[in-house]
Design a protein around this ligand. Structure first.
Ligand code: GDP
Length: 529
């Protein structure tokens, strides 16, 4: 196969949803189609289950499982599909945001009864900001849920999407008879038999055909005709270009658990979903079909085995081919690095690969060279954009609890921050360190890992912060800025990159500060220029 063909057959995407909407179940069914697994139940559920927060070993063990499921690759109808795992648990939302920088498109799973939920809103917002093409799968049609049109409205209202249904349900819950596939113009009848992998599909170009009444009954047939009329009247027809630009979102209905409507989703997906896209670096736009290898680190995973301190850095290949034992430039530290055992990930195993293509993810063993966002090239100085930090939700001072081990503590904190476990802020006033996390459980994970991996002890102290705001760099010479710095000195810190951050202690004080110093710009993510 040529380089061009290898690129064109790749589809790298993430499945995002609120926990329990059916992401794991859908992933598993997709893998079944690829023959990647023999039976359902093989995909490890990598959800972080609710445990007592003190049980951090259990949390880490569960997180460890997700290494195996970080990337699931399989072949289907000649296409190479890479599914990137995105943790649904809100404490790991940062992981998911970062993973979204490595996908070329996403499938959003919605629970028909619950509709659009909180996590979905946040994740879709990030996708929309980045113009990532989105396909929606409305799941659990075998259950009673909301009316299909109400759900479509909700997708538009709450997620700001511009939807076009590519399938439409016939009945729902107890009365669920199947779906009309608008994309392929056929009907799939639902048997309710989850073991059946192949559904009964009946071609139906023309739904006015009286045969329809015989197959699904005249009441259901009349209803379907009316519904489709409404769909065609109200929603724009599918436009692949708009979908690829992130301006239109096709919607499918089905039931992942019953493996119903999943084949339709996958068949449409491989036809319309983008091949590896070009990516913006600070210097220029890099196209997938460029000959020279470029890629970036979007995730780092620590080895769960304390005897093996190495980590696994996940690289998304943006252009060129990544080859085993070939030297690549680590742009940030200027070193040339060779990798003797790059890993590729399949449904149930990881394997050493000699060559990987744009769209692929390779896992590299790392002893501390990589940070999230690092770029590898064949010599060009490139910096990929697009891994912003968001304001953490929880903040605490971190103190050294064993003065003999301050070196170990600092190294541990540094490396954990590079992995993206949490964010570090150093106060301008006194140099004290503050850790910010998305979920409260990260504090315990950090404490545990510092002790077990670095032999250091830490303690925490509460620090009341409502939000971290990155301070704009323009107008720093003005009197107003100088006054702001002087008055708010107690609340100013530097992040790991040395950017100035204002740690507002309440929404009120943030508003007051914004009013008082109108020329100082506050940003809610670290990437604003
Ligand atoms: P995740 O948290 O998004 O990964 O959700 P899971 O895939 O673990 O599914 C959550 C629960 O919903 C599980 O108990 C599934 O068996 C169930 N589920 C998933 N898909 C369906 C479906 O199509 N119909 C019904 N009735 N239940 C489903």
């Amino acid at each position: 196969m040529t380089f061009k063909q290898e690129i064109e057959r790749r589809r790298t995407f993430g499945i995002i949803s609120h926990p329990d909407a059916g992401k794991t179940t859908l992933t598993e069914k997709l893998l079944l189609f690829g023959g990647a697994i023999q039976e359902a139940g093989a995909v490890k559920n990598n959800k972080i289950k609710k445990t007592a927060t003190s049980d951090f070993m259990e949390i880490e063990r569960q997180r460890g499982i997700s290494v195996a499921t970080s990337v699931l690759a399989f072949n289907y109808k000649g296409k190479k599909i890479n599914i990137l795992d995105t943790p649904g648990h809100k404490d790991f939302a940062e992981d998911t945001f970062r993973t979204l920088t490595a996908v070329d498109s996403v499938i959003v799973v919605i629970d028909v009864a619950k509709g659009v939920e909180e996590q979905t809103v946040k994740l879709v917002e990030v996708c929309r900001m980045r113009k990532i093409p989105i396909l929606v799968f409305i799941n659990k049609m075998d259950r009673e849920g909301q009316d299909a049109f109400d759900l479509l409205d909700e997708l538009e209202q709450k997620l700001g999407l511009s939807v076009t249904p590519l399938s439409f349900p016939i009945g729902m819950g107890y009365d669920f008879k199947g779906i009309y596939n608008i994309f392929e113009k056929n009907i799939n009848l639902f048997s309710g038999d989850s073991k059946k992998n192949i559904e009964e599909t009946i071609a139906f170009d023309d739904v006015t055909n009286p045969e329809l009444d015989k197959i699904i009954g005249s009441k259901a047939a009349t209803e379907l005709r009316e519904n489709l009329e409404l769909v065609w009247g109200v929603y724009p027809s599918f436009d692949k270009e708009l979908y690829l630009k992130g301006e239109q979102q096709p919607v499918f209905f089905g039931s992942a658990l019953n493996n119903f409507g999943v084949r339709e989703l996958l068949d449409c997906f491989i036809q319309i979903a983008p091949t590896p896209r070009s990516k913006n670096a600070e210097e220029r736009l890099v196209a997938a079909n460029e000959k020279e290898m470029t890629g970036f680190v979007f995730k780092i995973h620590a080895n769960m085995d304390p005897k093996h301190r190495d980590r696994l850095a996940f690289i998304k290949i943006v252009s060129g081919t990544f080859e085993r034992n070939k030297p690549y430039l680590h742009v940030r530290n200027g070193k040339n690095l060779k990798f003797s055992s790059p890993n590729a990930f399949f449904a149930e195993k990881k394997e050493i690969v000699d060559i990987s293509y744009p769209g692929d993810i390779v896992g590299l063993h790392d002893t501390g060279n990589f940070k999230i966002g690092d770029t590898l090239t064949e010599g060009e100085s490139l910096h990929y954009k697009g891994i912003p930090s968001f304001s953490p939700e929880h903040f605490r001072y971190i103190n050294n609890a064993d003065p003999m081990k301050s070196k170990q503590l600092n190294k541990g904190i540094d490396q954990l921050m590079d992995e993206g476990v949490a964010q570090l802020f150093t106060l301008e006033l006194n140099g004290r360190k503050v850790i910010g996390t998305v979920g409260a459980l990260q504090f315990e994970v950090i404490q545990y890992r510092l002790e077990h991996e670095y032999g250091a002890k830490c303690s925490y102290e509460n620090f009341n912060v409502h939000k971290a705001c990155w301070v704009g760099t323009e107008n720093r010479k003005t009197d107003e800025f100088k006054e702001f710095e002087r008055v708010k000195q107690k609340f100013l810190a530097k992040d790991k990159k040395g950017q100035l951050v204002f740690l507002a202690d309440s929404q009120f004080s943030l508003q007051m500060t914004q009013q008082k110093y109108p020329s100082v710009k506050f940003h809610f993510t670290s990437e604003f220029e």
